[in-house]
Design a binder for this molecule. Structure first.
Ligand code: F6P
Length: 381
C-alpha cells in the first residue's frame, strides 16, 4: 500500500477531447492502490474556493472514457498568482491567492495534485511546486505545443476533425472550381494545420512557423490549374501571417498579467480574400473553431489519455513529483517541470501560449515538414 491517501485533479485552460479519459485512468489506477481521488471543480476557481468532489465511487465519474468536455470542468484565463477578484462595488483587483490554494490543499489532505493543462498550466504547476505542493502535470491541449513531450492529448482528435472538414471542403471546392481555405486552431504552433493538411490532402498549409509569401501560394494554385485542377484547398493556421506582417488578432481581453489576453482569428479569411483578388477565382473561408475542442475523443486519444493518466498516478505512487508525464520516442516518461518551463522562471509571470513561454513549435527539420514538401504541399515559402 502506498503512502498516498488522497490525490486531487485539476484542469486549467481550454478543453481538449480526452480530459475525462485521463481522469478515469487516474481514478482507476488510484483505486487499485487504495488511494482516493478528488476533483477540483472549475480548475483554479475550485482550488481557490476549496470546491471539490469525491471522484472515487461517484456515478458522475463512471462511463466517461468517450465523453467530451470534463466532468470537473476547467478554468479559463486564470492565474492563481494574479487572480481576478471582482469586489462588491464592481471594481476589479488582481491578487496573489497561491497561498490560499496551498492552505486548501493542506487542509484537504491532498498528497499530490494532478494538473491537466497546456504550457501555462504546467508553468503554474511548477510555480505551485516551489511553494511546497507536490504536483504532477499531464500535457493537455489540442495545439500539441507543450514542451518536452512528443504529443499532447486532444491533438489527435482535433486533427481528425480538421481532416474530416478538409474531406468535405474538397468535394465542394471541386464542384464549384473554388479556392477553399480552412482556418484551424493551434495558436503559435502549426501542428494541427500541418498534420491535417497531410491527412486531408490539402494543396497548401500556412503555418505560424513559416511566414508566408502569397505569390508562392498563387504559383501553386496556377500550377494546379495547368494540370486541369481548377480548385485548391488551403489550410491556414490561426497563427499564420505573411512575411513582414503580423498575427491576425480577433480580440483582446483584460485578464491581467499571467494569462492569455489575445484571441487569434481571421487568418483564413484574410488569405481567402487576398487570393480571390489576385487569382480572380472565388475563394471561401471556413473557420473550424471550437469543433476541434469539443466532443468524443478518437480511439488514439483515449489510449494516450489512459496511458498518461495511469503513468501520472504511477509516478505519484513512486514519489516522483514535480514532473510532467510525457511521451518521448514512443515511450512514457517524466520530465522535471523546471525543464518544461524553460527560461520562463519567474513565479506567476509570463502567460502561456506566448512566444516568451516555452512552447514546442514545429522545427524545420521535422519529418512532417519534409513529408509535406516531398509530396508538393506548398508551405508558403
Ligand atoms: O489552446 C487551445 C486553443 O483552442 C487555441 O487553439 C485557441 O487559439 C484558443 O485555445 C482559443 O481560446 P479561447 O478558449 O480563449 O477562445
Amino acid at each position: 500500500m502506498s503512502e498516498l491517501k488522497r490525490i486531487g485533479i485539476l484542469i486549467n485552460g481550454g478543453d481538449a477531447p480526452g480530459l475525462n479519459a485521463v481522469i478515469r485512468a487516474i481514478i482507476k489506477t488510484a483505486r487499485v492502490h487504495g488511494v482516493e481521488s478528488y476533483g477540483f471543480i472549475e480548475g483554479f476557481k475550485g482550488l481557490v474556493e476549496n470546491n471539490y468532489m469525491l471522484l472515487e465511487g461517484n456515478p458522475v465519474a463512471s462511463g466517461i472514457i468517450q465523453k467530451g468536455g470534463a466532468i470537473i470542468k476547467s478554468s479559463l484565463n486564470t492565474n492563481v498568482f494574479n487572480y481576478k477578484v471582482v469586489n462588491e462595488d464592481g471594481t476589479v483587483e488582481y491578487k496573489d491567492l497561491s497561498d490560499v490554494c496551498v492552505q486548501n490543499l493542506k487542509d484537504d489532505g491532498i498528497d499530490c495534485l494532478f494538473m491537466l493543462g497546456g504550457d501555462s498550466t504546467q508553468k503554474a504547476a511548477r510555480d505551485l511546486s516551489l511553494k511546497g505542493i507536490k504536483v504532477i502535470g499531464v500535457p493537455k491541449t489540442i495545439d500539441n505545443d507543450v514542451a518536452c513531450t512528443d504529443v499532447t492529448f486532444g491533438f489527435n482528435t482535433a486533427v481528425s476533425v480538421a481532416t474530416d472538414a478538409l474531406d468535405r471542403l474538397h468535394t465542394t471546392a471541386e464542384t464549384h472550381n473554388r479556392i477553399m481555405t480552412l482556418e484551424v486552431m493551434g495558436r503559435y504552433a502549426g501542428w494541427i494545420a500541418l498534420e491535417s493538411a497531410i491527412a486531408g490532402g490539402a494543396d497548401v498549409a500556412l503555418l505560424p512557423e513559416i511566414p508566408y509569401d502569397l505569390d508562392k501560394v498563387v504559383e501553386t494554385i496556377n500550377d494546379r490549374k495547368k494540370r486541369g485542377k481548377n480548385f485548391s484547398v488551403i489550410v491556414v493556421s490561426e497563427g499564420a501571417y505573411p512575411k513582414g506582417g503580423s498575427f491576425c488578432i480577433k480580440d483582446k481581453r483584460e485578464g491581467g498579467a499571467g494569462v492569455i489576453n489575445v484571441q487569434l482569428g481571421g487568418a483564413g479569411e484574410s488569405v481567402a480574400k487576398a487570393l480571390e483578388e489576385i487569382t480572380g477565382m472565388t475563394a471561401r473561408n471556413t473557420t473550424l473553431g471550437y469543433m476541434q475542442r469539443g466532443g468524443t475523443p478518437t480511439a488514439t486519444d483515449r489510449v494516450l489519455c489512459t496511458k498518461y493518466g495511469a503513468k501520472a498516478m504511477e509516478l505519484a505512487l513512486e514519489g516522483k513529483f514535480n514532473v510532467l508525464t510525457v511521451l518521448k520516442d514512443g515511450k512514457l516518461n517524466s520530465i522535471p517541470l523546471e525543464e518544461v518551463v524553460g527560461n520562463n522562471k519567474e513565479i506567476g509571470a509570463v502567460e502561456g501560449g506566448t512566444e516568451e513561454s516555452n512552447m514546442r513549435t514545429i522545427k524545420m527539420d521535422d519529418d512532417l515538414i519534409k513529408t509535406a514538401r516531398d509530396i508538393g504541399i506548398c508551405l508558403g515559402d
